[in-house]
Design a protein around this ligand. Structure first.
Ligand SMILES: [Zn+2]
Ligand SMILES: [Zn+2]
Length: 367
């Protein structure tokens, strides 16, 4: 492969095989047509990366993971009209090609044409190591000093939002808040949220706009339930000590109208279904391991109970990211309280190990 003068090395987290994380210098090409190079400011640790890091979900390797990030535009390729060097931006995995069937049906968050936003096989790969291609995660790869992405993956944010906090807007906030705001829940409904990490807390915060009768938070960790109360839960259920179904039905004897599953396991999705009132909906927000199935009682389903998958909060980044940034600046959305740790890239392995114990809110890698 010919090396062009525009190729530059940057430190990135590399996964050559599941479970093995190393920080190495990866080569980044210059931005081509409709591409943007972003100097990374911060990247958030999200559970959905963890499954790929561990090999529980399969992704082509070698891979630079990470899908929640912020930074400053450093260079733009031809055809980029709306972004300039110096812009503060967020990258988001809810990227849309604009031309596929999902996009033209008005469901861009379900885009099936994202491959159109990657480079073609005849172009140089965006990222290389020893002249071999390195794969990007969701076209982003935020765990690196630099991101080389399609302009459609980038949303400009108000420079008044601190850049590290802005990273949260890329996944935790849009996925959590969007799962509520973009569903238009009716006032006086009852809501339950199973799983109170970074996404779950944003989901709870968004329920404040619903005027719900009751908002029940369920988690295995008392620390997380404590935080859940600050973010909008009216009641909490400690799943490590209590039978969740009995405890929730004790609070809401007829069942719950909207139950959000933010864990990504078949056991908690089944639990979400078992909490439903007739006509209620269980939303699958958490990302499950490949191939996992769930079984549901058909007699209960007949009474209008629905299970619905929500991908990344049905987010349209250009519409939603600025809205959440403004809520933060207006003091309505507490994003500072969501960050429990800030670590350098070299400490990311330890930070993911800590995440598995489960008590933290969000850890940010800061550059
Ligand atoms: Zn995520
Ligand atoms: Zn599309």
């Amino acid at each position: 492969m010919a090396k062009s003068a525009s190729i530059a090395a940057s430190a990135a987290l590399l996964v050559r095989q599941p479970g093995a994380l190393e920080v190495v210098q990866v080569m980044y090409d210059a931005p081509l047509l409709h591409e943007v190079r972003v100097r990374t400011a911060a990247a958030g640790l999200c559970h959905s990366d963890l499954a790929f890091l561990q090999g529980v979900r399969v992704h082509p390797l070698p891979l630079v993971p990470g899908h929640e990030g912020s930074g400053i535009v450093e260079a733009v390729g031809d055809g980029v009209a709306t972004l300039r060097p110096g812009d503060h931006v967020v990258v988001c995995a809810s990227t849309a090609c604009g031309t596929c069937r999902s996009c033209t049906r008005g469901l861009p968050w379900l885009c099936v044409g994202r491959a159109l936003l990657d480079r073609t096989p005849t172009e140089l790969p965006r990222l290389t190591l020893d002249a071999r291609p390195v794969h990007q995660f969701r076209g982003l790869s935020t765990f690196a000093e630099v991101m080389l992405v399609h302009e459609r993956a980038v949303t400009r944010v108000d420079a008044k939002v601190p850049l590290d906090i802005a990273a949260l807007l890329g996944c935790a906030v849009v996925t959590g808040a969007g799962s509520v705001i973009n569903q238009r829940l009716e006032p006086d409904c009852s809501i339950a949220v199973i799983g109170c990490g970074g996404v779950g807390l944003n989901l709870l915060a968004a329920t404040r706009g619903v005027a719900a009768r009751r908002v029940i938070a369920v988690d295995l960790h008392p620390e997380k339930l404590e935080r859940a109360r600050r973010y909008g839960a009216s009641d909490t259920v400690d799943a490590s000590r209590t039978d969740v179904t009995a405890a929730v039905l004790d609070l809401e004897p007829g069942g719950v109208d909207h139950v959000f599953e933010v864990v990504g396991s078949s056991a908690t999705l089944r639990q979400a279904f078992d909490l439903l009132a007739p006509g209620g909906t269980a939303y699958m927000v958490g990302v499950a391991t490949d191939g996992v199935e769930v079984s549901l009682p058909m007699d209960r389903m007949l009474f209008g109970r629905t299970v619905r998958g929500l991908y990344m909060g049905s987010t349209v980044p250009s519409r939603d990211v600025p809205r959440y940034a403004q809520s933060y600046l207006d003091g309505e959305l507490d994003l500072d309280g969501l960050v429990s740790h800030r670590v350098p890239l070299a400490m990311i392995g330890d930070a993911y190990a800590a995440m598995e114990t489960g008590v933290d809110a969000r850890t940010l890698v800061v550059f």
